[in-house]
Design a binder for this molecule. Structure first.
Ligand code: ADP
Length: 595
């Protein structure tokens, strides 16, 4: 057995400090208490059960829902010199026998299993007879129907509590709602568990929301800001993924598609290309993500609005797991709302009302001018605790509401009425901006009291405001020519009973990094960082593991900042423990010495 948990952290992972709540979570495992640990993505959940495993006399059993998740964690453990194995349906007979041999010989510290395997006849007796010290249930929200990934087989994990008396069970998840948390305790029949809930804010994520006007152009602008970095683009439908992939490839970007309609092997190939950094970018539906532990995703773009804030938090949360700055950009339009509404209505789901309510909340998030961090946190029942997040488009002053939105909206709506509700958006914008077009003069609409009322604004902006009013339900489109009509809500706006929100077009060019986290590049020799990145890729290819298993970006930047020149100095870099030093020390030192 090793010494203290601090020593374990230092020796095997090369970390000097705990992330918030990690130590408390580890103490539960060490003291034999059940626990529920809710930490955001990137909060360091896996270490909460992996580090104590090295101090416990017997095996730590980890239940995990996905083979890819297990593989990733095991690659990472092995690379740190920790005896870990897995049992799942992808293993061959000899491989499986090998794992059982090692269990009998008590040579494994951690064993990852799928719930199906755990529930197989005789398996729990087997592990009990061969010594077990603790159980970890990863992605524990899968036991709950209230979560977003319910898995019926997780429900049967309730047998664990009786089958392994006295063995602490830890349940780990990033899903924050109170209901899911209570469900986990109940379903797993945990025994007065310690409940540890972390802060859900991810200050390293910079949130931006933009109305979608020209998706491809808007997305290319973002990609050009993130040259050479890894990112994900989420689309709603499979066809959107295919089209976007084709368009981006034509524009010279290195892209792979991912959706449930692709054959298994092609999908797997796309995922591998992304994880191994052969392509920078994956274009995907929501089918992509669970089980991807890639820590250096530097941006997540939503080409369209997701269907709920839970989904948005999950998907955007895949950026910046390593704690370094990352950008989450969402492009939306009113049509996304309609597409989701139709999908919801066509699905068999019994909870159509809940689905629609969530969709409404998502849309309000997009179209509001409230701090994004604050809104997301509030949704999960937490408060921001500071005036400004300094890491969203609103707090950075990139997007603002129109100061006199009510008056502007009334001008637009009353023009629609005065035009007899017989014309489309383009025409209405032309009237309001005082155009001398022939069709307007022919209709004598230059004589309307609303003619030229918004002449100080460009026609495209007025056109966009009309779009915004339509999305908010003040205007409706009717007939084959999409003529505008004022809806009930619009009439209330005209009477001043309701105030719509109109956005100004974004003024500033987006800053590449939020001011709050700019200094993560401070002192980093960027040229050396690039060379180390290539070295990392080479080492990863040699070992057939993803690049981020070798080192995460924090370690790479720390190396390029401190330029260590000896094995002792290397050990002082975050993320380099004894085993990493032994495996990669020489290669890194010689790369650093080259400059
Ligand atoms: P989660 O499963 O909660 O999303 P992970 O366990 O994948 O989080 O950890 C996220 C990142 O944080 C990983 O790159 C991991 O190496 C790093 N990490 C975890 N614990 C620490 C720590 N105590 N100090 C520094 N980095 C840590």
């Amino acid at each position: 057995m090793e010494g203290s948990i601090e020593e374990v952290l230092r020796k095997y992972w090369g970390f000097d400090t705990f992330l918030p709540l990690q130590k408390q979570a580890m103490e539960c495992v060490g003291s034999g208490r059940d626990s529920v640990v809710v930490l955001p993505t990137g909060g360091g959940k896996s270490l909460c059960f992996q580090a104590p495993a090295l101090l416990l006399p017997h095996l730590t059993l980890v239940v995990s829902p996905l083979i890819s998740l297990m593989k990733d964690q095991i690659d990472s453990l092995l690379d740190n010199g920790i005896a870990a194995g897995r049992l799942d349906s992808s293993l061959s007979h000899p491989e499986r026998n090998g794992v059982f041999d090692r269990l009998r010989e008590r040579r494994l510290k951690l064993l990852y299993v799928s719930p199906e395997r755990l529930l197989m006849q005789g398996f729990l007796d087997f592990v009990r007879n061969n010594g077990i010290s603790s159980v970890a249930i990863d992605e524990a929200h899968c036991v709950s129907m209230w979560g977003h990934d319910f898995r019926p087989e997780y429900r049967q994990l309730r047998v664990l509590r009786d089958a392994l008396p006295g063995v602490p069970i830890g349940a780990y998840t990033a899903t924050a709602t109170e209901m899911v948390r209570r469900d986990i305790v109940e379903q797993l029949r945990l025994n007065s568990p310690e409940i540890l809930v972390g802060r859900f804010d991810r200050p390293n994520l910079l949130y931006r929301v933009r109305r979608r006007t020209n998706a491809l152009k808007q997305i290319c602008e973002v990609l050009d800001r993130h040259k050479g970095e890894s990112g994900i683009i989420y689309c709603i439908r499979r066809t959107d993924v295919d089209e976007m992939t084709e368009a981006l490839t034509e524009h010279g970007y290195r892209v792979a598609p991912y959706h449930a309609g692709m054959p298994d092997e092609e999908r797997k190939r796309s995922q591998d290309l992304f994880i191994e950094e052969e392509v920078d970018l994956i274009v995907a539906t929501v089918a992509f993500g669970m089980g991807i532990d890639k820590s250096n995703v530097r941006y997540v773009i939503h080409a369209a609005m997701p269907k709920s804030l839970e989904h948005y938090q999950q998907e955007s949360g895949r950026a910046g797991r390593d704690g370094l700055e990352a950008e989450c950009l969402l492009f939306y339009s009113g049509s996304d709302y309609l597409i989701w509404k139709r999908i919801l209505e066509e699905s068999e789901s019994q909870s159509l009302d809940i689905g629609k309510a969530k969709l409404g909340q998502m849309y309000r998030y997009c179209s509001s001018v409230a701090c994004r961090h604050r809104t997301l946190l509030a949704y999960f029942g937490q408060q921001l605790g500071k005036e400004s997040c300094q890491a969203c488009d609103i707090c950075m002053g990139e997007v603002q509401g129109v100061a006199d939105a009510l008056v502007v909206a009334q001008k637009i709506l009353s023009s629609v009425i005065r035009q007899g509700e017989r014309f489309g958006a383009e025409y209405t914008a032309a009237v309001l901006t005082g155009s001398r077009e022939e069709r307007i003069l022919a209709n004598r609409h230059d004589a309307l009291s609303t003619y030229g009322l918004l002449k100080d604004v460009s026609r495209s902006i007025v056109r966009d405001w009309i779009e915004q009013l339509t999305e908010q339900g003040c205007l409706e489109r009717a007939g084959e020519f999409n003529v505008l009509k004022v809806a009930e809500k619009g009439r209330r706006v005209l009477k001043g009973l309701e105030e719509p929100l109109l956005l100004e077009p974004p003024k500033k060019k987006p800053a590449p990094k939020p001011p709050a986290v700019k200094d993560s590049w401070e002192g980093v020799d960027e040229d050396l960082f690039e060379r180390l990145r290539l070295l990392r890729r080479k080492l990863a290819q040699q070992r057939s593991v993803p690049a981020y298993i070798i080192f995460n970006d924090v370690t790479l930047r720390d190396l390029a900042r401190r330029r260590p020149d000896s094995p002792e100095a290397l050990l002082r870099v975050s993320g380099i423990g004894a085993k990493k030093l032994e495996q990669y020390g020489e290669a890194i030192l010689s790369e650093i010495r080259k400059s």
